[in-house]
Ligand binder design. Structure first.
Ligand code: PAF
Length: 284
């Protein structure tokens, strides 16, 4: 595995791949790699000749009171995990390399970006889309691999690709879960053992609702009430939102059909967790 931390050196390296007609697959991460990221690498490995993983904690997507400073960082472990999993190229730029002395221009996520996560994290998705657009421009990947766990991010990246005409294909990889159902997230490291036990209510509620839907319940109001009942029964969980929405604009629906998203966000202790299920798709 080769590692680059400057845009110029990375571009020079990738030019060689392109010259020989090899396809480039991008896995964009903020480092602190876990099995969820590695499943993206596996998907990239299967369908691209050259797999590039970027690891960059993007300051633009954190609000002033969010966890940018304490966001977990472990570059040595990331390097080992990436190399062992078959990453060809690791891109680890500094903030100065990505944004220079200052940066004012932003990709604006628009109305869809102001819903759900965007409502509690103003500007978050502008920061996400700005860095993803930069990575697309720097790397020019053929395929980009994103995890379903951040479903709103996936929807916004898909819209950005379409609306800004990026020549990149998006592959969405299902959520990776611990054996007890907890969705993998870098932020799980913040959870105490008690909080981790409480956090299981999110996947438990999603699983219950997916089962009720499979059994024939399609009234979104009923499904949502069932989710909330399970979540409110867990004292360590403070629900932020439970939504049942369509996958294009994240608008609420009244009838839940296949492809509809059930998404939840909640505070467990000081840690904000998100999870979701797409009805009709396997819930691992
Ligand atoms: O999903 C993430 O880890 C980040 O939002 C991303 C896509 C790497 C952009 O910083």
């Amino acid at each position: 595995m080769e590692e680059f931390s400057t845009i110029a050196s990375l571009r020079a390296r990738l030019a060689k791949e392109r010259a020989t007609g090899r396809t480039i697959g991008l896995v964009a991460t903020m480092g602190s790699l876990h099995a969820g990221h590695l499943s993206l690498v596996d998907a990239a490995r299967q369908s691209s000749d050259c797999v590039i993983l970027s690891a960059f904690v993007n300051p633009l997507q954190f609000g002033p009171h969010e966890d940018f400073a304490r966001y977990p960082r472990d570059p040595v472990r990331d390097r080992d995990l990436a190399a062992a999993r078959g990453v060809d190229v690791l891109f680890t730029p500094s903030a100065a390399e990505m944004y220079g002395a200052g940066s004012d221009v932003r990709v604006v996520a628009g109305e869809v970006g102001s819903r759900l996560e965007g409502a509690v994290r103003p500007g978050h998705f502008d920061g996400v889309l700005t860095v993803v657009a930069k990575l697309f421009n720097i790397i020019a990947p053929d395929i980009a691999f994103f995890g379903q766990k951040d479903i709103q991010q996936v929807i916004l990246v898909r819209r950005m690709i379409r609306e800004l005409d990026f020549a990149v294909r998006l592959t969405v990889v299902p959520i990776q879960r611990e054996p007890d159902g907890l969705a993998l997230s870098s932020r799980n490291t913040y959870l105490s053992p008690t909080e981790r036990a409480s956090a299981l209510a999110l996947s438990r509620a999603l699983r219950a609702v997916a089962a009720e839907w499979r059994d024939g319940e399609t009234d979104a109001g009923v499904l949502r009430a069932r989710m909330e009942e399970i979540l409110h029964a867990e004292p360590g969980v403070v629900v932020d939102y439970v939504v049942i929405v369509e996958p294009e604009r994240l608008a609420p629906v009244t009838r839940a059909v296949a492809g509809i998203i059930v998404a939840v966000a909640a505070l467990v202790g000081r840690t904000r967790l998100i999870d979701n299920v797409i009805l009709g798709e396997a819930y691992a």
